[in-house]
Design a protein around this ligand. Structure first.
Ligand SMILES: [Zn+2]
Length: 143
């Protein structure tokens, strides 16, 4: 998008309203920080940088961080309130899934016994989660 130079002749570093970070592209699509863009004599395109990994200015190597960070970087961090792949998940207390496959099928009244037996058999004691209709995970106590 077209960004106008400010009264002092420089390009703004942030978009208003919102205060979102801006970066600039020259004619060759080089990424420019606001400082380097301000020194360009050719017109540059401004971009609001909402989301993504940190960019680097092709001129001075200054970093340009996005407003909301890198969503993919966040996904790779293990979330504490999310089931891991080797955890058991159930939505009905009868069928329990592990590694995306059915691991235990039991009666709801006896699920703790069935899960405990399955864990002992596997010699693994991961967490057990109940997945609600809305997709929210709640940690279950097996004891
Ligand atoms: Zn720069």
């Amino acid at each position: 998008m077209k960004i106008d130079r400010q009264s002092d002749g420089t390009y703004p570093a942030y978009a208003w309203p919102g205060g979102y970070p801006l970066y600039y592209l020259d004619r060759e699509d080089n990424i420019l920080c606001p400082t380097c863009a301000s020194q360009e004599t050719n017109p540059v395109e401004g971009q609001v940088y909402y989301e993504g990994s940190t960019l680097q200015c092709d001129e001075c190597f200054a970093t340009i961080e996005s407003a909301y960070g890198d969503p993919e970087a966040e996904q790779t961090e293990p979330a504490e309130d999310e089931p891991a792949e080797d955890d058991y998940t159930t939505s009905d207390y009868c069928t329990f899934y592990q590694y995306g496959k059915l691991a235990v099928s039991t009666e709801a009244d006896h699920w703790q016994t069935a899960i405990a037996a399955h864990m002992d058999q596997q010699q693994m004691w991961p967490n057990v989660w109940h997945i609600s209709d809305h997709g929210n995970a709640h940690l279950l106590s097996v004891e």
